[in-house]
Ligand binder design. Sequence first.
Ligand code: ZN
Length: 437
Amino acid sequence: MLIRDATLLLDFAPGGAVLRGSVRIERGRIEAVGALEPTAGETVIEAAGRLLTPGLVCGHTHLYSALARGMPFLDPEPPRNFIETLQKIWWRLDRALDDEAVEISARVGMMDALRWGTVGLVDHHASPAAIDGSLGRIADAAEAIGVRVSTCYEVSDRDGEAVRDAGLRENARFAAATAGSPWASAMIGAHASFTLSDASLDALAALCSTYGLGLHIHLAEGGDDREQTRARHGRALIEGLATRGLLGPKTLLAHAIDVTPDELEQIAAAGARVAHNPASNLNNRVGFRPAWAAPGTVLLGTDGIGADMLEAGRTAFFRGREAREDASPDAVRAMLAANAELLYSQLGLVGGRIAEGAAADLVLFDYDPPTPLTTENVGGHLLFGLSSAHVGQVFTGGVLRYDRGQYPGLDAPAEMARARDAADALWRRMAAGVTHG
Ligand SMILES: [Zn+2]
């Protein structure tokens, strides 16, 4: 297949060039980039100058949130702090997830991602009443919908030892099963320091070591994590991870808001990544950490509020501007590039760029800007012009997955109708306080 005569943004990373050219795709990868003419029998997509970019990647999300959109708030008293937000909203939702809700939320969450030009997701999963096989359901959805995913099961002590152990087993099973897949990769998942005993952290460290995988955990999403970790477990926040080898170059820490400059230095020195989730942080009123002020590698996530990464980038940028921090288009571009780097390296693929040999995960935007679009100013277009409303076609593995509202090979209206039924049933189980299984 040849995508002919496009405006190419070769890479979202700062400095990624804009140039005019064509892209040849063979066997799911980019075969050539440049001034190319079609060969006999080749499928040709005439881009006619439209913008072709690498597919976007979300650096931290919870796919099961796909069934939370518009859900009723059940408690007469609104949550007063972050832990009550978990207790009154998210832990009620995830306890009511059954096998079918896990599968459907993954499928429609991924379909929505494609609509936003997002081809990959770093997911963090919890379904305490439907743990066994849950990560396999997410991986199956990834392959069926055509979205790359990294996922993990959120180990926690909050539902007791049996549930904790089932979560550990699910991480182990998935880590063994998913090795070598181009669509799904594993991390070892954990909720947060304050819901994990020393013994649970030890078990997580053993899993990371056995499978050579990194920990994906929420860290300091507000001040409660530090205080509760000290009060419940007598541990310091970072040391509890670092002394067990859980703070390293494969580690992904979501949020990292309430951390000191020294702790940020320690995180950076360990080579760990931090996922910044600006919309979620604003929504939960947990504070603001200007991602680009942190040393080290910072990713950009949504924390389950969809997967529109251009919007996430704008939120990060504008919140940063308000704080009079050093917010810049390049800082947003660096986060988007870091997302792709993490996911594709886990999958053993080259990706997140338009280059020979890279995975053919691409977005063709219906973007016809009223000002010049160049290598020098593309950051301005990303923050002040280009949006998911311009997404025309999305390809993953060289296959057309999304085409102006249509999902070739999928019955999208039926998928969404099934999801609405599943959401309705899920909300009823939540209201009844009944868990499944
Ligand atoms: Zn999260």
